[in-house]
Each structure stands twice: as structure tokens, then as C-alpha cells.
Design a protein around this ligand. Structure first.
Ligand code: TXA
Ligand code: MG
Length: 333
């Protein structure tokens, strides 16, 4: 474990990053913080390194990985062409929580693209992530650093809960800021298509490039998602999660669960004193940041029913409700 925080980064590239960087060149697995969630990084040019990611996470091999870069210039070596919309989006949102899907060049390990002709690329803004990526001087494939199917990790401790003993090292940069994964936007279609809502909102994107399409699978469970990862039951803790549409339902829902001998965790705008564990959130950003974090904390505290207050799907609310629907498997009260 290497402890490197954002203040260390302001003083220039810390010597501490040299060791994890060397390990990456040696095709080892290093977890690192980004502004969204922790990633599990490996050399994206090496089949051997990338296959270790799938093994450590228990990730289905048909689910492609996002490639992370430290400088925009690295993009030219990785993708076939950079459409005009991409330039405009990168200008505004890179570095940041926006993954763009391009047509891939064949240099990347085919394990990264899961055999697709496209690749998702992202340049994170977290200073520790950028310092690490720049020092590596390699494109780094990195999915979220959780066991496949579990909530994404927003702290180094959460990475270790799932992957201790299965990875080579971890850069601990503290709690991540956004708390949900990046937005995935495809720019290989005529009109760009939103595959996964995330830290950068649809509204933010449309302000820059005008109207975009939304993958139909985000609106209806009957459709096959364009992004392979979106088809899996994801983001689920051990406990049963329920979406609570009306805050006034909390009291009776908590009572019912407790009457059945369950320990209850609540994530809501107000404090419900009768719950065993609760997270009071004050804004959408706060809810995004606390979402995965609270699911894992509740698991540690042996909570068996989790009730989460629904929010509107405006702004980052779209990403929150997307993850909440999956964690709850659609169950609502
Ligand atoms: O915020 C994030 O994006 C984090 C941090 C570590 O950067 N990473 C992350 O990776 O969430 P992962 O592997 O958990 O999710 C990547 C998603 C999956 O749903 C995957 O199917 C999709 O992006 N994806 C990757 N490449 C794709 C491609 N070429 N076409 C369609 N979807 C793709
Ligand atoms: Mg993931």
C-alpha cells in the first residue's frame, strides 16, 4: 500500500509512485484512486497483464475494459480516428468523468476490447491518478476495483475487502469524490449515444454538442444494452435493497422489516431514528458519493434490508437511479 494524497501531488511527482509504476511495467495489478471510484490497473498493451484483471475480479470475459491515459496525446496511438464531436467533448470534460467510445487501433490487448472493434478511453482528473498514469507512460486498462457484481469501491479499504491477496498493490488516495463511475458515451454512431449515465451528466454533454441519444436499454429492461457491462446484475451488496419512492413510506417500511427480525439501513434526506443504521444525504452529489460507500458499510454492520430514497433522474440523479435500480434489482416500496 502506498499512501499518496492530492497535496503530495502538488509538490511534483512523488517518489512513492515510482514503485507501483515499475510494477505496472512488470505486468502486475495495481489499484489506484480516480475521481469516480477506485480502478484496478494493468498495462493495456499486454495480454498477460490484462487477463490478470479478469481473473482477480471474476469478470466475464465478454465485458470490455476502459483504457485510462494521463495525457491527451496518448489518444492518437490508441484510436483510429478522432471525430469533431470528440475534440469538443475532450476540450470541456477531459480530464474528468467522461469515457468516450472510439474505433480502436489494433495495438491494444484484445482482452481489453473483449473482441469489439471499439474501445472506451478516459483521462481521469484525480491528481494521484494523473500522476500515476503519466509516470507509467503506458495506457492503463482499469475496471472498477471490486469483485465482479459487488458495489464499486470508493476507498482503499473497500478495494481490499474484495481483492486482498488477488492484486499486487494499491495506491491509497483517500475517499473518491464523485462516488459513481464515469459516464460512457459512444461517438462512433452518427449521433452520440449514452451507454452509461455517470459523473458527467447528459445535460452537461448536450450543452456542448447538442442533443444525444440514450441507449434504449437504459429506458427499458427488455432491450439488450450496447455496453456489455450494463447487462449484469451489478452493484449489489449482500442485503436486500429497496427503492423508496415516497418518503412517507419509510416509517412503515422500517417497522415491517424490523418486525421480521431484520436489521435496517436507510439512505435518505431525513434521519429515521428507528432505523438501525442511517446515512442522511443533503444533496444529489452527497447521495452519489455516499451510495456505494453506504451499501458496503451496511454490509459490514450486518444490515439485511436497505431502504434508499428515490431521486429524480435530472443531472447526476440519472446515474444514481441507474445504479440504485440495479442494486435493488428493481424492487420498490
Ligand atoms: O469511472 C469509471 O469509469 C471507473 C474508473 C476506474 O475509471 N471504471 C469503470 O470500469 O467503471 P468498469 O469496467 O467497471 O465499467 C466499464 C463499462 C462497462 O459497462 C463496459 O461494458 C463498458 O464500460 N465498456 C467498455 N468498453 C466498451 C466498449 N468498447 N463498448 C461498449 N461499452 C464498453
Ligand atoms: Mg465496474
Amino acid at each position: 500500500i502506498w499512501n499518496v494524497d492530492n497535496d503530495d501531488m502538488k509538490k511534483g511527482e512523488p517518489l512513492l509512485l515510482q514503485e507501483p509504476t515499475m510494477w505496472i511495467r512488470d505486468n502486475k495489478l495495481i489499484a489506484f484512486p480516480t475521481e469516480t471510484v477506485y480502478g484496478l490497473g494493468a498495462n493495456a498493451l499486454s495480454d498477460e497483464a490484462v487477463s490478470k484483471i479478469f481473473y482477480a475480479k471474476g469478470r466475464p470475459s465478454d465485458n470490455p475494459l476502459i483504457v485510462h491515459i494521463g495525457e491527451k496525446e496518448q489518444l492518437n496511438e490508441l484510436v483510429e480516428d478522432i471525430p469533431e464531436v470528440a475534440h469538443r467533448l475532450m476540450q470541456v470534460f477531459w480530464p474528468g468523468a467522461l469515457t468516450l467510445i472510439f474505433k480502436a487501433k489494433p495495438v491494444l490487448s484484445t482482452n481489453v476490447t473483449a473482441g469489439l472493434e471499439t474501445v472506451g478511453i478516459r483521462m481521469p482528473s484525480n491528481p494521484v491518478a494523473r500522476g500515476f498514469l503519466k509516470a507509467c507512460q503506458l495506457p492503463i486498462a482499469a475496471p472498477s476495483a471490486n469483485q465482479s457484481g459487488r458495489p464499486s469501491p470508493t476507498t482503499a479499504a473497500h478495494v481490499l475487502q474484495d481483492l486482498n491477496g488477488r492484486i499486487d498493490g494499491i495506491i491509497d488516495g483517500g475517499k473518491t469524490g464523485i462516488g459513481l463511475e464515469s459516464t460512457v458515451l459512444s461517438i462512433v454512431e452518427e449521433t452520440p449515444v449514452l451507454y452509461r449515465p455517470g459523473g458527467v451528466t447528459k445535460e452537461d454533454i448536450e450543452e456542448v454538442i447538442g442533443p444525444i441519444d440514450v441507449d434504449k436499454a437504459l429506458l427499458s429492461t427488455k432491450e439488450q444494452p450496447k455496453s456489455p457491462g450494463m447487462k449484469y446484475t451489478h452493484y449489489a451488496p449482500e442485503a436486500d435493497v429497496y427503492i423508496v419512492e415516497e418518503p412517507k413510506q419509510f416509517h412503515s417500511a422500517i417497522q415491517r422489516a424490523k418486525a421480521n427480525g431484520k436489521r435496517v439501513g436507510v439512505v435518505a434526506r431525513e434521519l429515521y431514528k428507528e432505523a438501525d443504521e442511517s446515512f442522511v444525504v443533503h444533496s444529489l452529489q452527497d447521495l452519489a458519493q455516499s451510495f456505494y460507500y453506504s451499501l458496503r458499510l451496511f454490509d459490514e454492520k450486518a444490515v439485511s434490508v436497505i431502504l434508499v430514497e428515490a431521486v429524480s433522474t435530472i443531472g447526476v440523479g440519472a446515474a444514481i437511479m441507474n445504479r440504485l435500480e440495479k442494486a435493488a434489482g428493481g424492487k420498490r416500496i
